[in-house]
Design a protein around this ligand. Sequence first.
Ligand code: IMP
Length: 205
Amino acid sequence: MNILMKLVIATKNQNKVREILPVLEPLGVQKVSTLNDYPEIHNIEETGTTFDENASIKARAVCVHTGLPSLADDSGLEIDALNGEPGVYSARYGGSSLDDTGRNQLVLNKMIHVPDSDRAGRFVCVMALAFPDGRLYTRTGTCEGLITHEPRGTHGFGYDPIFYLEEHRKTMAELPLAEKNRISHRAQALHKIADLLASLPETKT
Ligand code: IMP
């Protein structure tokens, strides 16, 4: 079913917008706005303890403010040997003084004695879609890998240089961006949201 609707993407990150639009526009999602169009919406506090909670908090808050369907995401890296850390704290792991390189080094230091057999981890992305009538849907995408012993590769961002994809024999930062965007946790969550939208009864906003 084709859907004619306005949608707010709850991000200021143009890279995310560029990734999301080509997937949703063919479904009839028109008139997309982002948080850049609503400068009065300041930092929404991510007070949840799960990706699902944080994505839902953001989607609901933006939907209530704008009166429009809103799509938000939350993502990060879960490492089994670190009991799921950095998890929802991925962006601020180790405190605000660290940059991506520092955070990667912190993870590698914490795992210095962890054998190869126990270095599994996954990128997780939850996308939440909130509607003004109160409906809230969440969909999760995951991407499994292993934590390396040293950073490798220059593409991507965040934890990509220490995340090894066995199938590709490369770290996420060694994959060309187009390939990463095809297989990533974000892409998988997004395609599930697209399937959801396509299955909803016609929604006009
Ligand atoms: P956010 O959901 O965009 O706020 O991302 C949270 C944090 O998770 C980022 O700051 C990164 O540290 C990490 N992260 C999320 N997605 C990726 C990815 O695709 N590659 C590497 N790190 C990621």
